[in-house]
Design a protein around this ligand. Structure first.
Ligand SMILES: CC(C)(COP(=O)(O)OP(=O)(O)OC[C@H]1O[C@@H](n2cnc3c(N)ncnc32)[C@H](O)[C@@H]1OP(=O)(O)O)[C@@H](O)C(=O)NCCC(=O)NCCS
Length: 277
């Protein structure tokens, strides 16, 4: 059809939600061209996530890396605001769907969502390194200094609990192994380690690479966009949020606040007689 040919109302309607993802008609469900029966019989969930997001079949090495990143981000207990918020929500009488939405909604730039900005940081370093000839460490210094002139905390680094995040090294080791096999470049793992080393220069304790920074390295290796780095974290953490919300729901607790009722928040306003005088 040429650009000038009139488009029928029916065609306009069909194009309104046009999609390259799913092909659904009576009796037929195909995702990215694969019949749902084929997927039911032979595919694991991580490969289907890749298929849905990328439209291709992951290699076994790619699927293994994606799986590792998603397994590592599943849960961090009720100290994590995403888990606590979901547990509180469910004691207010909402359903598990609302509890999941509550938990996912707090995955922002500082908690759980930092992978998005962190991958942007890694990509900027990769670009700088490619466009200059003084090596990775110099590119890291330039880009990190630029970011830190705008914000104190670099996304993907630091942890409130762990002096060293126990998830980071095993994830980067998997990237190293996949790089040895030629499945990925290994470039983002090198960048992550170089940023950690730069941030830790001259400090008695390192500023550790955290889960968002380590998974951002994997998502970068796998060619996901920064936005999807956050999206994939949300998908993974939804599993932990669901488990915790279901456990809390099963306990029968009602209106559970952030701390036991016997502990009252410190009051910092005017004294009682001030308001009436
Ligand atoms: C996670 C986070 C909130 C923890 O913060 P915290 O426990 O309050 O850490 P502190 O502010 O006490 O930091 C301790 C020291 O490490 C430094 N530091 C911590 N995180 C840093 C970061 N991301 N970039 C640069 N320096 C950092 C602080 O400047 C501080 O240095 P100082 O001792 O010289 O003052 C913080 O590291 C952060 O915001 N990180 C970026 C967001 C992120 O990746 N979130 C995902 C967390 S899993």
């Amino acid at each position: 059809m040429s650009d000038n040919e009139p488009v029928s109302e029916h065609e306009k309607m069909a194009r309104w939600w046009s999609t390259a993802i799913s092909d659904i008609s009576p009796g037929v469900i195909r995702l990215r061209g694969h019949d749902i029966v084929e997927l039911i019989h032979g595919w694991d969930l991580v490969s289907v996530i890749w298929l849905m997001l990328r439209g291709t079949t992951p290699s076994p090495e790619e699927a293994a890396l994606l799986q590792a990143a998603m397994v590592a981000s599943v849960d961090h207990g009720p100290q994590a605001p995403s888990i606590a918020a979901a547990r509180m929500a469910v004691t207010c009488g909402v359903g598990l769907n609302n509890a999941i939405a509550t938990g996912v909604n707090v995955l922002g730039d500082v908690h759980g969502g930092a992978g998005q900005q962190c991958l942007e940081l890694y990509l900027e370093i990769a670009d700088d390194e490619a466009g200059s000839n003084d090596g990775l460490d110099a590119a890291v210094a330039r880009v990190v200094d630029r970011w830190r002139s705008r914000q104190h905390y670099l996304p993907g680094f630091g942890h409130r609990f762990h002096p060293v995040d126990p998830r980071a090294a095993p994830l980067l080791q998997l990237v190293d192994r996949a790089a040895e096999q030629g499945a990925v470049s290994g470039r983002f793992a090198r960048i992550a380690r170089a940023v950690e080393a730069y941030l830790s220069l001259g400090r008695p304790r390192p500023v550790p690479l955290n889960i968002d920074g380590a998974t951002a390295a994997i998502y970068g290796e796998l060619g996901f966009t920064p936005q999807l780095a956050r999206g994939l974290f949300c998908l993974s953490r939804s599993v932990g949020i669901l488990a915790h919300a279901a456990e809390e729901q099963g306990s029968g607790a009602r209106i559970k606040g952030p701390m036991p009722p016997s502990v009252l928040p410190a009051y910092t306003g005017p004294p009682p007689d001030h308001a009436t005088s």
